[in-house]
Design a protein around this ligand. Structure first.
Ligand code: PXP
Length: 238
């Protein structure tokens, strides 16, 4: 299981003072030194954290891979095609949400998403769709030539009892299995942390996890290098 770090909230902290520090680009380079497999950023319509300068500098400087989380809007698609991340992860986006609240409904947006994937593919950008662990959403994702799915792990992360958590984990396991059989790459993320990763790591069909908040929250206290390495040791069970 690979581990990609979402660095949006380094930019949230920077923007809180309207100044230049901490710089998410510096954080990305440090995370790479700590062994991270990829850098994830979400360029939101309202630019509340990551901005265009960050994305362009990251593209120039990082040596792992860039996963650009984005809404499928004309403005952001144009930027993505210009910047050329290795992967574009399409997410639904609401202005008032604190964080991405759920997966995209591929079935309801099939024609627009198909066109979006076509455009991104023309620019040699692979595409991932952030979806709930539901078979119909996975089938629809393959139908429109998505390369990856990213399974929304929010319900698992927010489960209130152990029983509910096991149920949600099982849904993710079955969804990941199904997606793999269809030839999709399978990523997962949202709310994964140092506790729930101890059971999540058993899901062998998940290629990569995308984690932000838990790792950056720990990094504030222990340093980014240690926070990244601590998560790696849980993922690998060592
Ligand atoms: N994957 C997607 C699509 C997300 O929107 C987010 C949140 O930015 C994450 C993963 C990471 O979630 P968290 O910050 O809770 O680890």
């Amino acid at each position: 299981m690979r581990f990609a770090l979402n660095i949006d909230h380094i930019a949230t902290l920077r923007n809180a003072r309207g100044e230049t520090l901490p710089d998410p680009v510096a954080a990305a380079l440090l995370a790479e030194q700590a062994g991270i497999d990829g850098i994830v950023v979400h360029l939101r319509e309202d630019r509340r954290h990551i901005n265009e300068r960050d994305v362009r500098l990251l593209r120039e400087l990082i040596t792992t891979k860039l996963d650009l989380e984005m809404a499928a809007t004309d403005e952001i698609i144009k930027i993505a095609c210009d910047v050329g991340p290795e992967l574009a992860t399409i997410v639904p986006e609401k202005r008032l949400e604190l964080t991405t609240e759920g997966g995209i409904n591929v079935i309801d947006n099939i024609s627009h998403l198909k066109d979006t994937i076509h455009i991104l593919h023309k620019h040699d950008i692979e595409v991932s769709l952030f979806i709930e662990p539901e078979i119909e959403q996975i089938d629809a994702s393959t139908e429109i030539n998505s390369d990856f799915i990213e399974i929304h792990t929010g319900a698992f992360a927010n489960a209130l009892s152990e029983e509910e958590q096991i149920d949600e984990l099982e849904k993710i396991r079955l969804a990941a299995r199904h997606a793999k059989k269809l030839g999709l790459g399978v990523n997962a993320g949202h709310g994964l942390n140092y506790q729930n990763m101890k059971i999540f790591r058993d899901l062998t069909d998940i290629d990569e996890v995308s984690i932000g908040h838990a790792v950056l929250a720990r990094a504030v206290l222990t340093g980014l290098d240690k926070a990244v390495k601590d998560m790696f040791s849980i993922i690998s069970g060592k």
